[in-house]
Design a protein around this ligand. Structure first.
Ligand code: SAM
Length: 223
């Protein structure tokens, strides 16, 4: 935990300065590119590279995950922010998969029950207004046996770091100004929602561009 705090204090101010100088879209693209170069790209590929059929991606942002889908994926990506959605659309021609980008939120998916073979999200469930409602929606739109693929930063399971992250969360929300929470118990919530977790990868990335080295979890599960 000492290392994470030091890393945040050491590199955070430069990131904040960059955020002020760049527009939201350019900043988001910059962060995704830097994170990918520092190890996130491999995790994105692990997250979605083998998915086939009808896939729903939630909170696509600027489309940073699009190029990691294989050509047998038929992706519907939803993103609530207009500017990010426009940037995501520009990424579509670079992808091997067929991708359409539409407006929407995880809590209220504009799709019929049992419409998708898989649902994916990367660093989104930290920001949704209601995690339980979003997971309920994932379950509704997935076909029986459908896959859930999540790459999310979560609250530490450590006896001291976990409660410390709860205390830090209001400050973190002030810093990020984008509704991101650092203390979501996402793995527990996924189980509580009734998904069967098949594998759980644990990672941590120290990236100077995104100096919040929160615990990362790659969750692969099934409805
Ligand atoms: C940290 S960004 C991640 C973007 C992208 N998934 C990536 O890996 O680069 C979080 C994204 O979630 C979106 N988001 C926030 N609340 C959401 C919600 N309730 N439903 C769906 N997406 C949401 C934001 O607009 C933003 O694009």
């Amino acid at each position: 935990m000492i290392r994470e705090i030091y890393f945040f204090l050491r590199h955070g101010p430069a990131t904040m300065k960059r955020k002020r100088e760049m527009g939201a879209v350019e900043f988001k693209k910059y962060l995704a590119k830097k994170m990918d170069a520092d190890g996130f790209a491999e995790l994105r590929f692990n997250l979605v590279g083998d998915l086939e059929g009808d896939i729903l991606e939630i909170g696509a942002g600027t489309g940073a995950t699009f190029t990691y889908y294989g050509k047998k994926a038929n992706v519907t990506a939803i993103e609530p922010d207009d500017e990010y959605r426009r940037a995501a659309l520009e990424e579509v021609p670079n992808a091997k998969a067929g991708i359409k980008v539409i407006s929407g939120t995880g809590e209220n998916l504009p799709f019929d029950d049992s419409s998708f073979d898989a649902v994916s999200a990367s660093t989104v469930l930290c920001s949704v207004m209601s995690l339980s409602k979003t997971l309920e929606e994932f379950k509704r739109v997935l076909r029986p046996g459908g896959k859930i693929r999540l790459l999310e930063h979560v609250c530490s399971e450590h006896w001291f770091a976990g409660p410390a992250m709860d205390l830090f969360n209001p400050i973190w929300r002030q810093i990020n100004q984008s509704g991101c929470n650092c203390n979501r118990r996402t793995v527990e919530e996924v189980k509580k929602a009734g998904f069967l977790i098949q594998s759980l990868g644990k990672y941590k990335i120290y990236s100077k561009a995104v100096p919040a080295a929160f615990p990362l979890r790659l969750i692969k599960g099934e409805r």
